[in-house]
Ligand binder design. Structure first.
Ligand SMILES: C[S@@+](CC[C@H](N)C(=O)[O-])C[C@H]1O[C@@H](n2cnc3c(N)ncnc32)[C@H](O)[C@@H]1O
Length: 281
């Protein structure tokens, strides 16, 4: 059964050009599509002025992008992605919302095809943690941001995920995810490192903050825990863990069951800590 699920995942990812640990399986997109400017970029929103030009890097399916566009219109937002498939979803999201102020391009944040000083705001949500060279990416984000503009980034910090009750299979989930992300060149405990990466990229005016997502209602648990119970079996992460020998099908089924156990706990509680940086270019 799991073998078939993983084979389907492989087919869906055929031709993908980038190693993005989660991939864009529906169970992953369900998580991305829940995101809004309010729950994922609140630290940036007060700094967005109408008419500002914004570059949103690694926009995924584009719900945050669309919110940013609504906040700055008639200013334009440029949404870039390394995955053409994710970009197509972001375009569909903009169309569904009737937004015509978003431009789309496939691009790698390490080498952006924009002139120096192009944008007022350059934003990346949950992207730097997946990169081999987040400092180079921040330098590139700064290059395309006008002097005095803002470079903003927010990333989760997996080692700082906190949950109750204790479920041993979730400790295993965390170890497996961290191994897989690092094997792809990323740093899953990115939130705590953003300030140091910004320093290394040459920024000297940085505001570093933190914020959390908290899932503690039955509906939240069903959504977050149910999503991970499926992701650990069906996403690119599952495929990588099994193909690389880091986990067996049985391990993943145990972890999936652990997420279901947490979901069913009537006092289940989980927080995702995020680091945030607002840097003056
Ligand atoms: C966790 S998702 C975040 C999506 C969106 N920002 C959000 O928060 O809903 C990270 C996204 O970054 C994209 N990505 C990964 N490496 C990238 C790169 N080098 N340049 C641009 N985008 C990249 C992935 O394809 C993926 O869609």
């Amino acid at each position: 059964m799991l073998g078939r699920i993983l084979a389907e995942g492989r087919t869906a990812m055929a031709g993908a050009a980038n190693v993005y640990t989660h991939g864009h399986h529906e169970s992953v997109l369900r998580s991305h599509r829940w995101r809004t400017a309010q729950n994922s970029a609140a630290y940036l929103v007060p700094h967005l002025a109408r008419g500002a030009s914004v570059l949103d890097i690694g926009c995924g399916p584009g719900t945050i992008t669309a919110d940013l566009a609504a906040l700055v219109q008639p200013g334009r937002v440029t949404a870039v992605e390394i995955s053409a498939e994710a970009l197509r979803l972001a375009r569909a999201e903009a169309t569904a919302r009737g937004l015509d102020t978003i431009d789309f391009a496939v691009a790698d944040v390490h080498a952006l095809d924009f002139a120096d000083d192009t944008f007022d705001v350059v934003h990346a949500h949950q992207v730097l943690q997946h990169l081999a060279d987040p400092v180079k990416a921040l330098r590139e984000m700064r290059r395309v941001c006008r002097p005095g503009g803002i470079v903003a980034a927010r990333d989760g910090d997996y080692a700082a995920f906190t949950w109750f009750p204790s479920v041993p299979a979730l400790d295993e989930w965390l170890r497996l995810y961290q191994r897989a992300a690092r094997a792809n060149g990323g740093e899953p405990d990115a939130g705590r490192r953003l300030l140091s990466w910004a320093h290394a990229a040459g920024f000297d005016q940085i505001t570093a903050t933190a914020s959390v997502w908290c899932f503690a209602t039955p509906e939240d648990r069903q959504w977050w825990g149910g999503m991970w119970a499926e992701r650990i079996l069906r996403s690119d992460l599952a495929r990588q863990l099994v193909d690389s020998g880091m986990a067996t099908d049985g391990d993943l089924l145990r972890v999936s069951q652990g997420w279901r156990e947490w979901t069913a706990a009537h006092d289940g509680w989980l927080t995702v800590l995020h680091g945030e940086i607002l840097c003056r270019a």
